[in-house]
Each structure stands twice: as C-alpha cells, then as structure tokens.
Design a protein around this ligand. Sequence first.
Ligand SMILES: Nc1nc2c(ncn2[C@@H]2O[C@H](COP(=O)(O)OP(=O)(O)O)[C@@H](O)[C@H]2O)c(=O)[nH]1
Ligand SMILES: [Mg+2]
Ligand SMILES: [Zn+2]
Ligand SMILES: [Zn+2]
Length: 572
Amino acid sequence: MIDRSRRRLHFCLRPTTIGVIAIVSTGAFLILPLVALICVIAGGFAYVGCVLAMMLLGLAGGLLAIVGGIALIAGLLGGGSEANGGGVVVGGIGLAGVALHGHWNKPVCAAGEAALARCSEAAELLTMQVFIGHNVYLWSWSVLVIATTCALAVLATIGVLRCEAIVKARLLGIQYTCPTDHERGVPYFRCPKCSTLIRDLTPSPYGIFRACCATCQTELPTLDLLGRLALPKVCRHCSADLVHPAIGKERELHIGFVGAQSSGKTTLMIVSLWQVVQQFASKYGLRVEFADNQQQKTLHDFVGHLESGARLAKTASMARPRAFNVALHTAKGPGGLIYLYDVAGEDFTEEARMSGHRFHRFVDGLVLVIDPFAEALARPSQARAIDRNAWSEVNPAATDVASVFQPFVNRLEQQMNVSAEGMFPIPIAVVVTKMGAMSQTPWTGIAQKRSSAVPVNSCRQGSGEPASVGKKPSSPIREFLLDLGLANLVLGLETRFRRVAYFTTSAIEELPSASRAPAPPRAAVPLLWLFQQAGAIPTAPSAGAGSTTAKSQKAAKQPSQDSQKRRSPAAA
Ligand SMILES: Nc1nc2c(ncn2[C@@H]2O[C@H](COP(=O)(O)OP(=O)(O)O)[C@@H](O)[C@H]2O)c(=O)[nH]1
Ligand SMILES: [Mg+2]
Ligand SMILES: [Zn+2]
Ligand SMILES: [Zn+2]
C-alpha cells in the first residue's frame, strides 16, 4: 500500500482546503448584504426610538400634569398643604414634559427619519452599487470556483495519467504479460527499501507523480515514464516475480510452438534461440537480453546437453505452460520482448487440455512442427521403406501432425474469435524437423534437394508466398509435404492462416558434435521470419553484417565461456 494518510492527500483535494475556501467565499458573498441589513435595522431602530421617546415624553408629561392637577384639587378641597405642594410639583413636571414634547417632538422625529433615510441610503449603496454594481455577488465565489477547478484539474490529471497502461497497450503493444500464467495488466510493485508489496502504485490523490510506501515512507514513482518499472515487479494475478527487465518497456511478441509429442518442438526452440543469440543477432544488429543470468545458463545447459548427444527430458504437461522470455533490442527499430511458449505435445490432442493456455488469445505467431518420420509411420507404405535404425535415432513423434492441428485450430477459433471458415490474422511458420536424419530414409534425395533450396541466412527466401492449394506450389518444402500425404494439412493452413511459410531444419545436427561437422544453421530461420512478420527485426541483415556494437557482441557471447567452440562454421 502507498501511504494514504490525510497529510499525503493532495492539498487541492483536502476537505479542509475546500471547506475553508467555501466559508471564505460564502462570507465574501454575504458580508455586504449583511452590513446593508444591519444599516437598515439600525436606521429603523433610530427612527422608532425617536418616535417612541417623544410619544413616551408626551404621554408621561400629560399623565403627570393630570395627576398633579388632581392632587392639587384634592389638596385644595381637603385643606392639606402637603398634598397641595406635591400636586403642584407633579403637575409642574407633567406640564414641563408636555411642553418639552411639544418643543422636541418635531426635530427628534425628523432626526429619526433622517437617520433611517441615511441608513437606507447606505444599505442601498452597499447592495445596489457595490454588491450588484461591482459584481461582488459573482466575484465572491471566484475563490471557490478556482479551488474547485484546481481540485477537478488534479483529478483529471490523475485520470489521464492512469491511462498510461492503456495507451502503452494500444499504441505500443506493451501489455505486461506474465510469462507464468499469461495474465496481463499493470503489475504490483515492491518497495525497493522494505520489500513491501504495493498494489496501488499509480497516480492517485495521495501522490500524482510520486507516492510514499506506507511502511517505510520511501518515495516511489507512480508512472512507468518516471521510472516505476525499475522497481521489482510482481504479477497481479499469480504473484510470480516478473523478472525480465524489458517487461513493460518493450512491445510483446508471443510465439507458440505447436506439434505432436516428440516432434522436436523443445529441441527446435532451444537450438533456434541459441542460433539467434550466437549467429543471427550480429547479422541483424540485434542485442539479445535475457531475464537474468540464470535464464541464460538454462539455455546454455540445454544446448550443452543436446551437443553431448543426450536427449531432452519430455516437456511436462502444465496447465499454464511458462513462456521463455528474451528481449531483442535493435539499433533503431522497435525490437520486442519475445515470449516463446513450448507446450507438451499431448496437450494439443484435446481442446480441454489447452484450456489453461491463455496465450492463445493474443498469440502473434505460430511455429507448427512436423516430424516427417511420424507422418511416414502413419502411412505404412512409406514407413516400411525407412531403415529400422533411423527410428530409434529420431524418436518419432507420438502422433501425426493432423491429430494435433485440428484440435488446436478449434481452440484457436474460440480464443481468437474467428469463425469456422475465417482466417487467423497471424503468421504461421511450418517447420519440417529432423531433416538431418533424412540420409537414412528413401527420401534422402528429395530431402537433400529440398534442403538445398531452404534459405540459410536470409529469412526472406524462406517465406513461401502465401500460396493457395491448386496454384503452382511456391515452396519446395510445401511440395515435400504434399508428397508426404499432407495435402489436407497444407490446404487447412493456407485457407485458415493469412501468412504461411515453410521451412526445414535439423536442429540437433546443426549443433557441433565430436563425430561430425554441424549442418548450416537453419533452425532459427522460422523464428526470424516470425520476428520480421511482426516488424520486430529488420527484414534483411544489416549492411555491416557481423559488426554489431561491442555491447551486443558481449551479450551474444555471454551464455558460455566456450561459445567460440560452439560456433557453427557455417555461420562464421
Ligand atoms: N535427428 C534428429 N532428431 C531430433 C531432432 N529434433 C528432435 N529430435 C528427436 O526428437 C525427440 C523429441 O524432441 P523434443 O524436442 O523433446 O520434442 P517435443 O516433445 O516436441 O518437445 C528428441 O529426443 C530427439 O531424439 C533433430 O533435429 N534431429
Ligand atoms: Mg518438448
Ligand atoms: Zn517501503
Ligand atoms: Zn502471473
């Protein structure tokens, strides 16, 4: 949590600020009418006071004169000299009062009237000329209007800045995808000082550009633009650490490997990635960035394993297959953060098993791996012709590609909202693997002939034009698939995918081994083609092929001390 205490609340949004300004504005609005009212009341009091005073004087004087007269008459009749004296005094006072009333009444009442008139004039001046004439009734609210505008501006700024992630997703294709569970969205961050998980590090009334960790009060940036991505990131759905430094910075490119169990997907993924790092990065002016040293070491270990002639362990079937993340940085182009999804082959045979493969919703490109040996096995006439020894060496896929492709296409239709006849708007690289073992098959001649037509260093040559079945085949590899009996598959591919390209590889044979020289590097070509389709890398090797920056060379060589040993002569 960020610190959401009152003192962190933005000054313009504090209730006290708004409250005080509201009171000031109301006061400024009311003060003139109030003073005017007081003037009128004071004038009224003065007038009424004068009139009343005179009335009382006249009344009292008259009464006293009457009382004094009565007392005098009573004294004269009764012979009381005291009563006579009292009557004379009272009557005298009364007569004096009456006389005074007669004398003062007019001027005092006039003075009262004058006071009332002056006060009314003053009230009128205040209300009509100052309050209304000078628009005080409007200006008095200006402070409150300014304060409210400021508060709204602050809220609007917060709202706009909060759109950072949406803008990045729409314009730059940056989605913060979690490689563990394929969920997307701005991650949670950890405070670099106290490691507290902060779920709300985003512009808010408690910090527009910077907010404070509630635990240790460290100031943290609230926006990617201001350095938020440098903080440790955690997936908001599964709490996995998002370790790759390019997450949230580079646009994403999600590539899925599809194929039967044991068709060679994992081998192809590892060898192709290795070739990208070792042989193609410098040609295309790329710098390859791994999540961390551990990830680099994992790839290095896998390659070492394959080079030693050992087989890879079978890919475990996982509800959520974890993506392998690498970033490609180009000198000028956009580059991208690549997500490679290697899935256990058996997962493709049933749609239900793919339910957790959420990346299908946003996959950008596919690699369909075809094991020609599995296809031959499915067609006994072809299988009988192949040398028995070859089978153990190539470890043929458990099923043919058709049994994988159809359920996968069904799944993709649902996930990408494409109708049963619709086109998938993504490129698919069709890769015939294990071609290195072809020398032991009756296809030897075909394979060699076809292989020689396969591009080595330039992806462009490898992309079969999006040919439709029935037209003149544009790729020898496509013809080879037709020969293998995969016409339906080719038809399916070319009617459902907007861009299809055919490739052959012999991933294992492209790695150096003690017994033979490595075959030319082709495994990476399908991947490079997909990268190019997405615009992540240049469409042709850079002019100064091989002369990349020192940094990129260092990155390319880093995976192993003995990488020079591993360099394929073909790529050198
Ligand atoms: N000769 C040869 N065999 C390969 C090649 N790629 C894969 N294989 C074989 O196919 C088996 C299955 O490969 P793997 O990559 O694990 O297939 P996945 O189940 O599709 O991931 C491996 O044990 C290898 O024996 C290749 O390029 N050449
Ligand atoms: Mg595998
Ligand atoms: Zn902290
Ligand atoms: Zn996650």
